[in-house]
Design a protein around this ligand. Structure first.
Ligand SMILES: NC(=O)c1ccc[n+]([C@@H]2O[C@H](COP(=O)([O-])OP(=O)(O)OC[C@H]3O[C@@H](n4cnc5c(N)ncnc54)[C@H](OP(=O)(O)O)[C@@H]3O)[C@@H](O)[C@H]2O)c1
Length: 296
């Protein structure tokens, strides 16, 4: 089989969950230039222009984001500065050097009122500042780059690196005898590792347009927490049981509203990437916990 063409890639948000997984899953044909906020703040238009013009990448992968969903309700300006304006700076400079760009986005651009998995062309209607700022980022990247843009929406991301629901649950399950977990929000847990692999594959085939990517299967936060508990018990990462109780969203008020139903229809991405055997989120969770056990 012939080697894929060599690609020079500028990555932002390198120290986030996805950025970290992208770095470690990079194939040998990728010349990766990874930046976190310390070396490239995407809200700084001049810094973005300088970095992109100096490198002249084939692809920019924007894994940088303001992801504090609840804090975004009070830090609106910052959320938009990163999620909309930062994305715009990258897209505008990508256009200058004729690069392609991956803009990672979220299920939170939808309101969760649908009874079927959201397709890429369904009408967005975000409930939160975070969702609205991410949607604004999608729009600016799409308008600026057209067919040189790939918008990839994902959901419920976790990784052995960084902060996420899995690691928070493990900590709380060790500290407490019982926990109440929201059972009326439905989505698809997604290992950042599988998302990173999908992104690398997408760059090799110049995928463009708007697509959805999550791991396969469906869960409520309660189902996800129970799976974390049971898998961690099996692996010896929890030494005693913690009782989980399903609760309603209304029992756990948060500053940001979240969609109750945020399943994403992955058909277009699976077809484009030739995914014939998508991996269920529970198998991915087991793999991540195995890794976490070995590294912590
Ligand atoms: N996490 C989820 O459940 C989830 C769900 C759906 C979609 N997504 C999307 O998936 C993508 C990756 O998310 P993630 O979970 O990997 O997020 P993450 O772990 O929060 O990482 C985001 C990274 O962006 C960096 N960053 C923040 N502001 C920046 C700036 N001004 N300039 C440059 N870098 C900046 C952060 O650096 P500091 O830590 O130093 O601030 C952090 O390293 C994002 O687009 C996110 O919106 C995530």
């Amino acid at each position: 089989m012939s080697q894929p063409q060599a690609l020079r890639v500028l990555l932002t948000g390198a120290n986030g969950q996805l950025g970290w997984e992208l770095q470690r899953s990079r194939a040998s044909h990728i010349e990766l230039h990874a930046h976190d906020a310390d070396t490239l703040d995407i809200t700084d238009a001049q810094a973005v222009l300088d970095a992109v013009q100096a490198l002249k990448p084939d692809w920019i992968i924007n894994a940088a984001a303001y992801t504090a969903v609840d804090k975004a309700e009070s830090e609106t300006t910052l959320a938009y500065a990163v999620n909309r304006d930062g994305a715009r700076h990258l897209a505008e400079t990508a256009r200058v050097v004729n690069a392609r760009m991956v803009q990672v986005s979220t299920d939170f651009i939808f309101d969760g009122e649908h009874g079927h998995p959201y397709r890429p062309d369904d009408t967005p209607s975000p409930l939160s500042v975070y969702g609205a700022s991410k949607l604004a980022g999608e729009i600016t990247v799409q308008e600026t780059l057209g067919e040189r843009a790939l918008i990839l929406r994902t959901a419920w991301v976790y990784s052995a690196h960084g902060h996420n629901f899995v690691k928070t649950m493990l900590r709380l399950m060790r500290e407490r005898e019982q926990l109440g977990i929201v059972a009326d929000q439905i989505g698809s847990p997604t290992w950042a590792s599988s998302l990173a692999q999908a992104i690398w594959h997408a760059t090799t085939i110049n995928l463009h347009g708007t697509h959805h990517w999550t791991d396969a299967g469906v869960a409520s936060w309660y189902d996800f927490a129970q799976a974390i508990h049971d898998e961690a018990r099996n692996l010896g990462m929890l030494t005693r049981d913690c009782t989980l109780r399903p609760i309603a969203t209304t029992d756990y008020p948060t500053p940001a509203r979240r969609p109750g139903f945020s399943l994403l229809d992955k058909t277009s991405a699976w077809q484009a990437l030739g995914t014939t055997n998508p991996v269920h989120w529970r198998a991915q969770l087991r793999a991540m916990l195995n890794e976490l056990k070995q590294t912590s």
